[in-house]
Ligand binder design. Sequence first.
Ligand SMILES: [Zn+2]
Length: 404
Amino acid sequence: MYNEALYINADCQVQDALEFVLKTVEKINLELADDTERWLNQIFRERKAALEAMRDDPNLSNPKLDTIRQILLRYYQNDCDSRGIIFCRTRATTVALERWMKETPDLRPLKPKRLVAANAPTDKGARLFRDGHHKIIIATSVAEEGLDVQACNFVMRYEHVTNETARIQARVGNNVLNGNGGITFPRHRAGRARKPGAEYMLVTELGCGAAQRDEINRMREDLMNDAIRRIDRMDMADFTRQVRKHQHDAKLTRQLSMLGKQRELAQRNRRQPEGMHRLLCSRCSTLVCISLDIRRVENVHHVVIDEHLKTVASMRRYPKAAKHGDFDTRGKLNCRKCDKDWGVVAHYNNVLFPVLKLTNFVMEDDNGQRKCYKKWKDVPFHVEELSAEDIQRLHEEDIELIQW
Ligand SMILES: [Zn+2]
């Protein structure tokens, strides 16, 4: 709601924005509102008087509206039978703009009419011009795509740049107009304008990016027209051949990129001996596992996913399982040779895992250097998170990590 009100305030009059907010606020049922809504409501009530003062201040009229007024007057002074469309960014803006025009004495005779239906019939605009003596239609872009206005002399986009499709729909000439100074920069007139001399213009604040976006759209449109002209000149067989070639190239590129990804994955999964460490029992130096077979579970537990461990460990079941969330401990893990405490056996995702207690091991690197660590975050190798693939592999290869 506030966003919408800000748009209205930027494009129309303070009064319009304020009325929009008031109307919306009235609809809020305070008994059903939560604390935040009530709080916002209270802030609004407190500021209401200040906002009303702003509404009544004639110095705060919107300069963009003055610009629009000047343009329209210029048009209709040259040709009192001109017909035009103004596209706005929101439905509420169309309401406010229509009211502003009706309240402005020299614009009132143009009989502005709003058209906002999503699927307005394509000839609706033309009919409005013909039957209702409306000289100006005010519409949102929702109505735009269906709008096919034959009898149009100008199309004005008011703070409203969409995409190149919308531009083409509007059959453009090209004027960019800035709302602060009211200067027009005529660029080119598109050859396909509906009515000879039909003009396209953008009314926007300087520096808000709308003019640049519009320029980009114009360039895209030129590129597309250029491409269509080239295709028109090609003969059919040549065209088909080129399309095939492009499709083939695109497919090849996709396959190559997939191959690259697979290779990368394979590389990552390959056991690289560099930086690999061996975990040894801190008391009797029995090899427990290598660093690559350790996985992290739920960020705290460190489990081993290699079968070798069960040949060197003794595993004893607890009489009763101890629940720790998704991770429940089922037994004790000890060195088979010296009975050193190695950790526990835990049940997780339907698999029994050996869980290591770091302080009971010593790490040995490639050079035979040994070191003890108190915390997993300090170990000199990276420990991967236990992945769905790891679990799948354990299931598929029927690997049992624990032997009671
Ligand atoms: Zn031991």
